[in-house]
Design a protein around this ligand. Sequence first.
Ligand SMILES: NC(=O)C1=CN([C@@H]2O[C@H](COP(=O)(O)OP(=O)(O)OC[C@H]3O[C@@H](n4cnc5c(N)ncnc54)[C@H](OP(=O)(O)O)[C@@H]3O)[C@@H](O)[C@H]2O)C=CC1
Ligand SMILES: O=C(CO)[C@H](O)[C@H](O)COP(=O)(O)O
Length: 477
Amino acid sequence: MTTEGTARIAVTGLATMGSNLARNLARHGFRVAVHNRTPTRTKALVEDHGHEGEFVAAETMEELVASLQKPRQIIIMVKAGGPTDAVIDELSGLLEPGDMVIDGGNAHYADTRRREAALKAKGLLFVGAGISGGEEGALNGPSIMPGGPAESYVHVGPVFEEIAAKVDGQPCCVHVGPDGAGHFVKMVHNGIEYADMQLIAEAYDLLSRVGGHTPAQLADVFKQWNEGDLESYLIEITAEVLKHTDSTGGALVDKIEDAAEQKGTGRWTVQEALELGVPVTGIAEAVFARSLSGHIEQRKAVREALGAHEVVAKPDEQLVEDVRQALYASKVVAYAQGFDMIREASKNYDWNIDLGAMATIWRGGCIIRARFLNRIREAYDANPELASLLVDGYFSDAVKAAEAAWRRVAVRAVESGVPTPGFVSALAYYDALRSERLPASLVQGLRDFFGAHTYRRTDKPGSFHTLWSGDRTEIEA
Ligand SMILES: NC(=O)C1=CN([C@@H]2O[C@H](COP(=O)(O)OP(=O)(O)OC[C@H]3O[C@@H](n4cnc5c(N)ncnc54)[C@H](OP(=O)(O)O)[C@@H]3O)[C@@H](O)[C@H]2O)C=CC1
Ligand SMILES: O=C(CO)[C@H](O)[C@H](O)COP(=O)(O)O
């Protein structure tokens, strides 16, 4: 029997994400065509999992395209950047007007905008869809953030909503907005993921080096934290990683090289935040903390020249509770910054992104899924124009309640010589936003002194310049 024109949807790129997404589609009753540049992956998928649903294996892109019902829908799950462009180029020569290409990889949203414009000129629909949840999410229900033209969602939305994670019966998938909106939101999701992981790592570091707790003891602490406000996937898996022992019987975390890698989405988030002028200090500290950790030789050189700070551990129950509160407050700041960034980009590109809906689709399936996303959703649903998440009643009460503990943690970390850039910068952000006056006044004065850049005054309108190298009188600029 011919399989031509029978598959509902296709996936090309069958590594971790693509193969699991294809299985998820098949398990939900969609006849799915599958293809990979190296055909052994395609064969392995069908051999190992063919019984889970209906797969059509394609050896070539031509076969893949021919196997699909029209209008065709093809999901690309390959490495971001050049490989994605190569696959799009190959596909676009084979497709017909009205067909749809969906990039489910971690593409840069600017690439997505460019690709959509190019495919639109050929009469093809292009959807940049952020997909989060890693291997397990792709298989059992990810969080899906599709952008692209609204009409594309009419065709692919029902499929995505079917395979996405569900929370309270709602799918963790919504049309985010046009063109690159979906990939932008996924990028910020990953930026928040970086910040969240950095804060968790700082909590672990403080409690082990200052608090004197073993990884096994900390696994219990994180497990307990996961039963309260901090409940989230990342806290849950922190407990798993901390309790894990390797074949020597020791804690695995003690043996893992302390140099964090990164594929780029966190760095992109910070680069874009700089362009948009949104201070995402938590994400930036997390990206820089990863790069600092990777400078193994430089760290060694400085350690040898200056000596490592001697940290004296002292078990302390108060510290455990203080760190929990500091972690929660810093996490609120990181999410507030991430949502500010989405709001700003939405304005900038006219995307009309619903912030409450973003919190809703992050409640399940994705890496940053967390209990408090319900609160974020409520906050933005009640007031989509919130100046900051920090002004919402629930979150302002929460950070105020944590403030004393947060300061004690910052002091303890600084005194002990344990670096906590995430905690400290989140606290500085909180303090800066609440300050009546900031020292930016002096910065403006200095700029005017050396560059005649002018300043505004608090007591009268207009721009002014002081004749610093003359008689130091003030003139209106
Ligand atoms: N891994 C994860 O947890 C997550 C990944 N993502 C994103 O999803 C996408 C897929 O991720 P993942 O499954 O980890 O796979 P990888 O990012 O490791 O990419 C491997 C896949 O890309 C294909 N590929 C590489 N270069 C080319 C090329 N020039 N032409 C055609 N195919 C090519 C490979 O084919 P071949 O087998 O022939 O080498 C293979 O199928 C990426 O964009 C990633 O950033 C998103 C969320 C989570
Ligand atoms: O998109 C993801 C989860 O949402 C990926 O896991 C992401 O690639 C992880 O990023 P990095 O390797 O930079 O830590």
